[in-house]
Design a protein around this ligand. Structure first.
Ligand code: KIV
Length: 275
């Protein structure tokens, strides 16, 4: 038996137990090096299907496949040891039936080693959330603005503006929580609506464009670090401008190569001097 002490990953029950306690710190990660940088600082790393837009340049998350999510989920697991890692089920991999959702989620769990999956949808997905959680698959819900439903909603629009919308988000959050979700992402939801849902829900809410009152916050890391410059949504705070640093560094590299200042002799393999 190995005597190496293993760091224990944060589990989904531990995330669940943070309801009303210290806010959960969550960020997205898609790759090993990003996961390595973020792991010491966060409670939860989400391998979000936002990778379709952020890494692959798609207009929406709809073209993302289960194989893509599994490849990136496994990469994030290799780069982390403390955070609870959750992988998004992509569009088309779970909506048809609870059985389809189980097959997709089981592949994610077996092939990545992640701690659970996230899926979008409210009351209409409650039976699926129940089916998965009863069969050993921890589920994080995702209600409010649901990017996979962009074509039904007619765009990436915040919700909860009318009483009807506010009631819908509340019903959705309550349905997935009652079905066994260990946490619920509340995206793009009017602040008072998100705060009031958080106050009444038995499991943690993780806000993005929601409310400071949520039990946790999540953002897309590339937005936070200035690596994704297509647009910056209102709810994003940029903590660094790494994109600008990459552009500046690439410019210097190009100048040095053109001027034959790079590589220098210190970067070359030289023959051994004769003895
Ligand atoms: O796909 C994603 O990154 C997400 C977060 C924005 C919550 O679902």
């Amino acid at each position: 038996m190995s005597t190496v002490a293993r760091i224990k990953r944060t589990s989904t029950p531990q995330i669940r137990s943070r309801k009303g306690a210290e806010p959960l710190v969550c960020l997205t990660a898609y790759t090993t090096p990003m996961a390595q940088r973020l792991d010491p600082h966060v409670d939860l790393l989400l391998v979000g299907d936002s990778l379709g837009m952020v890494l692959y340049g798609f207009d929406s998350t709809l073209p993302v496949t289960l194989d893509m999510m599994i490849a990136h989920g496994a990469a994030v697991m290799r780069g982390s040891e403390r955070a609870c890692v959750i992988v998004d089920l992509p569009f088309g991999s779970y909506q048809a039936s609870a059985e389809q959702a189980f097959r997709s989620a089981a592949r994610v769990m077996a092939e990545t080693g992640a701690s659970g999956v996230k899926l979008e949808g409210g009351a209409e997905m409650a039976a699926t959330v129940h089916f998965l959680t009863q069969r050993g698959i921890p589920v994080c819900g995702h209600v409010g603005l649901m990017p996979q439903a962009v074509n039904v909603a007619g765009g990436f629009k915040a919700t909860g503006r009318s009483d009807e919308e506010a009631q819908q988000v509340r019903r959705d959050a309550e349905a997935v929580a009652a079905a066994g979700a260990f946490a619920v992402v509340l995206e793009g939801t009017l602040e008072p609506v998100a705060a009031s849902i958080t106050a009444g829900l038995p499991v943690p809410t993780i806000g993005i464009g929601a409310s400071p009152a949520c039990d946790g916050q999540i953002l897309v890391s590339e937005d936070v670090f200035g690596l994704f410059s297509d647009f910056t949504p209102r709810f994003v705070k940029r903590y660094a401008e790494l994109g600008d640093q990459i552009s500046a560094a690439a410019q210097v590299y190009a100048q040095e190569v053109r001027a034959r200042r790079f590589p220098g002799m210190e970067h070359c393999f030289l023959p051994k001097p004769p003895r």
